[in-house]
Design a protein around this ligand. Structure first.
Ligand code: ATP
Length: 221
């Protein structure tokens, strides 16, 4: 297995890059998708969240009302800590399970982690950063994702800066251009990825330290 992290600001194009890499044959472990999965109705995480925050965080159909949770933790750092303490271990465990599932293969495994700069992770062979100017980020969030401009800017300002992300990047994807330009860069990225050495078959994923939770709720909380 070759194991690399993928990160970038909100709306920078991580999912688009992931899809293109999947097309090349990569296995994508999507942290956001796993957050949603571990909180599905009937899950121990959802039960714990309801016990901690009350039934107001449950929607009428029994699923997690993400907006209700976001409203609670937005102004209450202790509540955010409690939320992370419930959700993060389950997410970490599932991510590790998926890495272990691949460790005896020769696949390129991409960990798509939106807050990887904010919460660094050991044991990766490199970090891909999808980079866009803030104005492009805002424009795409408003035009394609239905965000109000003010909300887009507020979310961006709560994340690491573009400079902070670039400082620790091993491979930078410039996603300020069109999809054709992005696709051309994916070809180069893939050449780099497959040039990395294979990890040993008994590779043990390193779980980030528990107190390194996000400083602000992400879009899944
Ligand atoms: P999030 O942080 O919310 O998970 P993301 O980083 O995964 O977002 P994407 O969903 O891949 O970002 O991209 C955000 C939006 O911008 C999507 O609607 C996507 O189709 C569009 N997009 C991505 N790259 C480009 C591009 N090069 N040109 C035009 N649109 C793009």
């Amino acid at each position: 297995m070759i194991l690399v992290g993928l990160t970038g600001g909100i709306g920078s194009g991580k999912s688009t890059v992931s899809l293109l890499l999947e097309g090349k044959g990569a296995i994508i472990i999507d942290a956001d998708a796993i957050v949603r999965e571990v909180q599905l109705p009937g899950s121990p995480v959802l039960t714990e969240l309801a016990a901690k925050f009350g039934s107001e965080v449950l929607a009428a159909d029994g699923s997690l009302d993400r907006q209700a949770v976001a409203n609670i933790v937005f102004t209450d750092p202790d509540a955010l800590k409690a939320l992370n303490a419930i959700v993060h271990p389950a997410v970490g465990k599932e991510m590790n399970r998926r890495m272990i599932e691949q460790r005896t293969t020769d696949r390129v495994v991409i960990l798509d982690i939106p807050l990887l700069t904010e919460n660094p992770r050991e044991g990766l062979q490199g970090k891909i950063v999808v980079d866009v100017p803030v104005e492009v980020q805002v424009e795409r969030l408003v035009n394609f994702r239905g965000f109000a401009e003010e909300d887009a800017r507020a979310r961006i300002s709560r994340q690491a800066t573009r400079e902070q992300r670039l400082e620790t990047a091993d491979f930078v994807i410039d996603n300020s251009g069109d999809l054709e330009s992005l696709t051309a860069q994916i070809d180069k990225l893939w050449t780099w990825l497959v040039s990395l050495p294979q990890l040993p078959a008994d590779y043990e994923p390193i779980t980030p330290t528990p107190n390194a939770g996000p400083k602000s709720p992400n879009k899944n909380t």
